[in-house]
Structure formats: structure tokens, C-alpha cells
Design a protein around this ligand. Structure first.
Ligand SMILES: [Zn+2]
Length: 257
């Protein structure tokens, strides 16, 4: 069984209907999905999908691009709605100083609010990080000292140093189709050094379709290309690598098991 640990089933760039996406995924051995919220408007529609579909789980959070909109009211809303048992994580949150669609200060404030929810509810964080390695590590270290929490660096593209700095904490690294891209040489070197029990896989669909379907609208079924690629990097059978990453998913997202 393969689990897509990060997809956006609601986003308008999806080209198929939800039922078609799920059916096509199942045909390819992709059996569970973590559907990720990025803004407040998605919370209720996302919960409806996971309430209806046994194998779809949800996260609730405000994407760093949207962090200018984060408020304490939304923080309370996330906390309250997370009593739904299909909500298994908080996010996506994090820091993106590459695009800086929201200003840095608001991104940091929002990230900290998500960490506080994670600590309060004992639910792992789904973290987006781009061009903000030292700030991300500093914040995680500071808040971890107050109370432990766990999480995943989704669509991991960070440095080896960043990855190794996070290993003492309860953090996982989710590998997307980017690892299959021709110019991802450095990323591949880093991925090889991640302990196998810390690896998850994801599509981030409808974005970032892997080679050989790069450029198309991505969907969970296409995770098979990434799984095939990374299993070879680790000299593992496809089925063994799938089983390991699924176990890792349940180790992190304990509400899903
Ligand atoms: Zn995402």
C-alpha cells in the first residue's frame, strides 16, 4: 500500500473529479490520502471530503503564502474543528522566504500559532519550508524545549545540514516528484542520507508531477513514479519501500492508525 502524505484534492488545477482521482489512485495501489488545507475557506469542504471518504484524511492550517490572513480566531477555529477524528495533522504551515507572499513577520507569527495548536492537541505539523532553513530550525528548537511536538517537512528540498539538524527531533521528510527532476542532483544526495524510517512520500498534487508525467496536472496515482524512483535509490523493492513509508506515515500520524 502507498499513502500520498500530501495532496490538495480541492484545488482547481485538479483536472479530474474527486471520485476519478481516488479510483485511479486505487488502481495504482495508492490507498490513503492526506488532503491538506491551505486557507480558511477550505476547512469545511476538506472535512466534508474526509467525512465521506474513509481513506481520505485531513489537515487544517494556513499556508505560509496566506499567513497575512492568520488570526487568533482562525487559530481557535483550527483547534475546535480538529476534534474531528479525520483531522490527523496541523498545517500546512511553515516559512517561505523565497516567494514571501506574506511578510516574514506574519509568517513567523502564524508558524508559531500552528506549533502551539500542535502542542496542545498532540497532532503533528505539516511544514512547508523554502529559503528559511535557519529560521525554521530556530523556531522548532525554541518551542520544542517548552513542549515536544512532531511533524513532517513536506516536499522536502532542503540541505543535508537542515535535515541532519532536525533528526534529533520527531521530524520526518516527505519526498515529492521533485526528486525525479533532472536538475535535482543535490537533493538526491541529501535524500540518500535520510534514515529510511524518517521518509514519507507525497505528490503535492495537483502540482509537481514527477518524471515521466512532468508538466501534467499531478494526481495521487502518479506517486508511483516517485516511489519507483526512490526505492531504486535505496536499493529496495518497490513493495518494501512502499510498506516502510506507509509504516512511517502511521508512526507520525498516529490518529490515522
Ligand atoms: Zn502543499
Amino acid at each position: 500500500m502507498i499513502i500520498d502524505s500530501h495532496c490538495h484534492l480541492l484545488h482547481k488545477n485538479n483536472e479530474k473529479s474527486l471520485d476519478e482521482i481516488i479510483l485511479n489512485a486505487k488502481k495504482n495501489g495508492v490507498e490513503k490520502f492526506l488532503n491538506i488545507a491551505t486557507c480558511e475557506d477550505e476547512f469545511i469542504p476538506i472535512l466534508k471530503i474526509s467525512d465521506k471518504n474513509k481513506n481520505v484524511f485531513s489537515t487544517l492550517g494556513i499556508h505560509p503564502h496566506e499567513a497575512n490572513n492568520m488570526t487568533s480566531e482562525i487559530k481557535n477555529k483550527i483547534t475546535k474543528l480538529s476534534s474531528n477524528k479525520k483531522v490527523i495533522g496541523i498545517g500546512e504551515t511553515g516559512l517561505d522566504f523565497y516567494y514571501e507572499n506574506s511578510n516574514k513577520e506574519n509568517q513567523i507569527k502564524s508558524f508559531i500559532m500552528h506549533i502551539e495548536i500542535s502542542q496542545e492537541l498532540g497532532l503533528p505539523l505539516v511544514i512547508h519550508m523554502r529559503s528559511a532553513e535557519s529560521e525554521t530550525i530556530d523556531i522548532i528548537k525554541t518551542y520544542y524545549k517548552k513542549k515536544e511536538f512532531s511533524g513532517v517537512i513536506h516536499c522536502f528540498t532542503g540541505s543535508t545540514e537542515f535535515m541532519q539538524n532536525l533528526l534529533p527531533y520527531n521530524f520526518f521528510f516527505s519526498i515529492s516528484g521533485i526528486v525525479t527532476f533532472k536538475n535535482s542532483t543535490e537533493l538526491r544526495e541529501t535524500v540518500k542520507m535520510i534514515p529510511i524510517n524518517k521518509i514519507l512520500v507525497e505528490t503535492d498534487s495537483p502540482y509537481l508531477a514527477p518524471v515521466p508525467v512532468r508538466g501534467r496536472a499531478n494526481e495521487p496515482a502518479y506517486i508511483t513514479h516517485t516511489v519507483e524512483y526512490v526505492s531504486k535509490m535505496f536499493n529496495l523493492e518497490y513493495s518494501d519501500f512502499s510498506a516502510i513509508t506507509s509504516d512511517n506515515f502511521f508512526n507520525l500520524f498516529q490518529r490515522a492508525s
